[in-house]
Structures are given as C-alpha cells and as structure tokens.
Design a binder for this molecule. Structure first.
Ligand code: GUN
Ligand code: ZN
Length: 452
C-alpha cells in the first residue's frame, strides 16, 4: 500500500455544510491514495489490515487554506500596524520588497517564511512574491520543498510605485512574466503553481492590465489581486479609471476575470452591488482578511452578505497587513469582525458562527484548489492532528466544542502533532505522537519516505 493510504484514529471534526461542524469521537478517518474515503465510527471491513495511525484523544481536523498572504512581508510582520494602507505601503512594504532584488536576502527571508508556514495550521496557500523573477522562483523552490501546496505570484507593477520598485513599462513587465512562467514550467514542480498577480489597479497601467488579461486566457492561468480594501484606494481608482462604474470593473474590463483559471480578490470591504454582480458572474473568490482590515483600519467586510449571495469566500492572513500567519487566529478574527459588522452596519445580517468561519477557512478557501478542506468522500486528505491537552479546563466538551475553543486558545498551549497534505506527512512532532511513534524525528517533507 502507498504511504498515502492509512486510517487515523482520533476525535475527528470537519465541515460538511457551512452551518455546523460534523464530529466523531474516537472515530476513523480513512485515506486511500491521498483521498478521503470518509469518517467511520468503526473501521469498515473492507479496510481491514490498513495502516491505522492511533492518535486516540487527539483532535483531527482538515488543514486550513490561507488564500491571501505576502511572503516578502513576513519579515516586518507586526510593524507599522498604526498606519493606513497607502501610507503603510510607502513606509514599510515597498522599502522591504525592494530588498528581495538581492537573492541572498531573499534566501534568508524566504527560508524563515517557508519554515514558519510549514509549522503553521496552513496546508494550502495563495501567495504574493515580489516583482523580481529569480527571487520569486527561489520562494517557489522553498515552498515546493515543504510539501505544502501553493499558488505563488510574481507581482506586476509598472506605475505609481517608487522608482526602486517599479517595472520599466508594460512590455517589460509582461516579458518578465512570460520568462518567469516558462522557467517555472521547466522546473516541473509538483506542489507549487504560478498565479498571475497584478498588485492592484493603481500600480498597473491599462496596457499591463490588458496584457495580463490576455495571458490569463491564453494560458488558462489563475489570477490574484486586491479589490476595494480602503476608501482612499477606491477614490484613487475612480480617478485613474473615471470610465469605470466600480473598482472591480477595472479587472473585468481588462479580461482578467475571463478564461479557465480561478480569480481571487483580496478584501472586498466596500464592494457595491455592481461589483458583487461582476464577482458573481465570474465566480470570483473573495479573500477576506479580517486581521489586516483591523490593523490597517481598512474596514469590515460584509462576509455574511457574500455567503448569502452564494459567493466563493476564503480566509486570508494577508501577512503583513495581518501580523500573524495563524489561520486559527484568522478564524477568531473573522467571527469578531462579523459581529462588529452586524452591530454597527447590517443589523439584519447575522454574524458568523465559529463553525461558519471554520468552514470558510477550510472548504471555502480550499475550493480554490479543488476538493480540499473537508473529510467527506473524495476530498484530498489535508489533515491536522492537534494536541489540546495543555489548554487546561475542568469542562467536559465534545470534539466540536474542543475545536471551537482551540480556534480561540491555540496560542495558550495548542500543539500540532502532525500535518498531512493530500495524504502526505509533512510535519510530525514525535514528542506528541505517543508511544506508538516511530523513532525517526520528522521535521520536513524531505524525510517523508522514512515514515511508516
Ligand atoms: N494593496 C496593494 N498592495 C497591497 C499589499 O501589499 N497589501 C495589502 N493589504 N493591500 C495592498
Ligand atoms: Zn494583500
């Protein structure tokens, strides 16, 4: 049997629908060739003899998808959290991203990012690099080696940016993008895929926007950008594109919402009815980033509305607009922000429950990658095994209540025992596995072949 065929025994919690969590106390999650066969209270006879990994008492949940994160901003996370977006970009972000022109700086910074991402609750991520080609390839090499599955973008920006972080013109930007795409293809990555990444409308000329729209359609590529994050930014876009009736139309008009690849737009805090209609028409994913929206005073996204409209919604950390890579913290922040929105803005739209925020963080964003984020049959087996024994309490909780508390209290002593991506073990903390643990200490995917 392959390494990716096994059953995990433990307290299993997952989403089927957004509304509530499914759970099985002391159940079995069966995985065959990296794909979930379902969760069972007793191991079905047809799986007799399967490699059972006994994690009795541990929580077993789906991996999280961080659907919007900036790798080059990780170094300055936690700084500049008292500025608003445009000032923050000029003061902290652009000067830091310039440093990635230096491959040795990029190597050091991206090593830390990839390692911390590996040990976070995230199994999948949609990532911004910088405008630099080779440093972005280096980031992809490092993420590939973690075993996490990611989309990574070389950023495009050819106007309204400081000279030290601005491509010469649209043609130069497009030529670099094509060169990057061709080089990435020749590398034959298994886990890491390219995604087109116009930074946002203010830093991209019309010619560049249209060129990227054509490239998206020709090559069937996905695309990521920012949309309606901050009020000054939105005013700026209206000034730059007075013909447009909403910010979202600047992407649509350039052809960036057409073609096969999925599109993800970060924030969407102020999307109008028209912008929402455009996103719905093209099946655009909203990447909501609650921590960033608070830190940069950007606003509070109407996530309940997007869910009611049946839109695709995923959750992002937006590091370093957000300070933390923790998707658990992002879940708690999403619930909190939805409560503020309810009290202050939309009294008729209920806040999100923790179960709904968990759904957005797992199935919601996971859908950008296909059938990802659940343990229902047919989903790729992205799994976190968690130890909550240090989150001490006298309360008797069922597994779903323990997961709910874990989202809020992870930093109080929650520990990750193992992480699997599509059935493949990428992290194991042997101290936490228990007496049945194999002797080998596993810290990265490179050692995966030694695990039974
Ligand atoms: N808009 C354009 N660039 C950025 C960025 O790096 N972070 C955030 N949060 N918004 C942006
Ligand atoms: Zn962002």
């Amino acid at each position: 049997a392959s390494q990716e065929t096994f059953a995990i025994r433990g307290d299993i919690v997952w989403s089927r629908h957004a509304s509530n969590l499914q759970w099985a106390k002391d159940g079995y999650l069966v995985v065959v060739d990296g794909v979930c066969k379902g969760v069972f209270q007793e191991l079905p006879a047809e799986y007799e003899g399967i490699d059972v990994r006994d994690r009795t008492g541990r929580l077993v949940i789906p991996g999280m998808t961080d659907i919007h994160v900036h790798a080059p901003q990780y170094a300055f996370r936690g700084l500049g959290m008292d500025l608003e977006l445009l000032e923050w970009l000029n003061t902290h972000t652009f000067p830091e991203e310039k440093k990635y022109a230096d491959l040795s700086y990029a190597d050091r910074a991206y090593s830390i990012f990839a390692d911390d991402m590996l040990h976070s609750p995230t199994t999948r991520a949609v990532v911004f690099g910088t405008l630099h080609v080779e440093p972005t390839e280096l980031l992809m090499d490092k993420l590939e080696a973690t075993g996490l599955k990611t989309f990574v973008g070389k950023v495009n920006m050819d106007r309204n940016s400081p000279d030290y972080l601005c491509e010469k013109d649209a043609q130069a930007s497009l030529a670099d993008t094509v060169r990057w795409l061709d080089e990435v293809e020749s590398k034959g990555y298994v886990n890491t895929k390219p995604i087109l990444t116009p930074r946002f409308t203010p830093t991209c000329t019309d010619e560049l926007m249209e060129g990227l729209g054509r490239l998206k359609q020709e090559r069937g590529l996905p695309l990521q950008s920012h949309l309606s994050e901050n009020l000054s930014e939105i005013d700026w876009v209206h000034g730059l594109a007075p013909w447009s009736s909403c910010y979202g139309q600047t992407y649509e008009h350039a052809g960036q919402m057409d073609g096969e690849g999925h599109v993800v737009m970060a924030h969407c805090n102020y999307s109008t009815d028209e912008e929402i209609a455009i996103m719905k028409k093209h099946g655009v994913f909203v990447a909501t980033c609650p921590q960033s929206n608070m830190q940069l005073s950007s606003g509070i996204a109407p996530i309940r509305r997007y869910l009611v409209e049946g839109m695709n919604v995923g959750l992002g950390t937006d590091v370093a607009g957000g300070a933390s890579l923790s998707m658990f913290r992002a879940v708690a922040d999403l619930v909190g922000c939805s409560k503020l929105r309810w009290r202050l803005v939309d009294q008729n739209l209920k806040p999100l429950s923790t179960a709904e925020a968990f759904y957005v963080a797992t199935v919601g964003g996971g859908s950008f990658f296909g059938k990802v984020g659940s343990f229902e049959e047919g989903y790729e087996a992205d799994i976190l095994v968690l130890d909550d024994s240090q989150i001490r309490t006298t309360l008797e909780c069922d597994p779903s209540e323990r997961v709910e508390r874990y989202m809020y209290l992870a930093e109080e002593g929650g520990r990750m025992v193992e992480k699997y991506v599509a059935g493949r073990l990428v992290v194991r903390d042997d101290r936490l596995v228990g007496s049945k643990a194999p002797a080998a200490v596993l810290t990265s995917a490179a050692a995966n072949t030694t695990v039974s």
